[in-house]
Design a protein around this ligand. Structure first.
Ligand code: SAM
Length: 211
């Protein structure tokens, strides 16, 4: 498994031309197969998204690498993740921060991710089950926000939960396919950069899509 994991990470780094050695080591250390049903274990180290139940998916490793790299999390950043899913991206982000806040709308997924992450020794994650399209106001502002489901628009509510100098990554566009946007807050202005095409499951909720 360790060899397969290293091989997958090496392949992703080569394909994307990434230079980020710290992230590479983090991804090589996270056992992706544990975030999947054992029947899918043999596919865990292929660079593909896979089903995790409840019509949801674990993100493709290259997308996790690209998003985390573009997020540029710094040690000590307060990070909000929307869409805990399997907890795989959560495990990678948890490396960077003493305070990670993660929201998932499907209770069964949140519960399973929490149990696994606790078992793996991650104690710095605070979880919430509910509609993350509204962000998580009570802990705001955040230095970094990462949304791992596709939104119809970049919500004002989420933008306002960024610190000055903060950054958010959010797939935005259609229900089936989106553009990955990087939103930087500079004082009271927001700069959006298009990082390319992506395909995420829809962000469902008040500031997302209808069910
Ligand atoms: N990053 C996750 C992983 O590595 O497993 C994959 C996340 S999956 C692509 C997107 C997740 O967003 C799903 O688990 C879905 O239930 C969740 N989601 C969709 N709308 C949401 C919302 N409004 N609030 C919180 N989570 C939401």
């Amino acid at each position: 498994m360790i060899t397969a994991r290293r091989h997958m990470v090496e392949g992703v780094w080569k394909r994307l031309g990434l230079q980020n050695e710290e992230l590479k080591a983090v991804m090589a250390a996270v056992p992706r197969h544990l975030f999947l049903d054992s029947a899918l274990g043999s596919k865990a180290y292929s660079d593909i998204s896979l089903p995790i139940g409840a019509e949801q998916t674990i993100s493709q490793p290259s997308m996790v690498a690209m998003m985390t790299n573009a997020l540029v999390p710094r040690k000590g950043d307060k990070i909000l993740e929307i869409g805990t899913g399997s907890g795989y991206q959560t495990a990678i982000l948890a490396h960077y921060t003493p305070r990670l806040y993660s929201v998932e709308r499907i209770p069964a997924l949140s519960k399973r991710a929490q149990a696994l992450l606790e078992q793996l020794g991650f104690r710095n994650v605070i979880y919430k089950t509910g509609d993350g399209s509204l962000g998580w106001e009570s802990w705001a502002p955040y230095d970094r926000i990462i949304v791992t489901a596709g939104a119809p628009v970049v919500s004002e509510k989420l933008k306002l939960q960024l610190t000055d100098g903060g950054r958010m990554l959010i797939p935005t566009g259609g229900r089936e396919s989106q553009k990955l946007l990087c939103v930087d807050r500079i004082g009271s202005t927001f700069r959006e950069t298009d990082l390319g095409d992506c395909r995420f499951v829809p962000l469902l909720g008040k500031e997302g899509w209808e069910k």
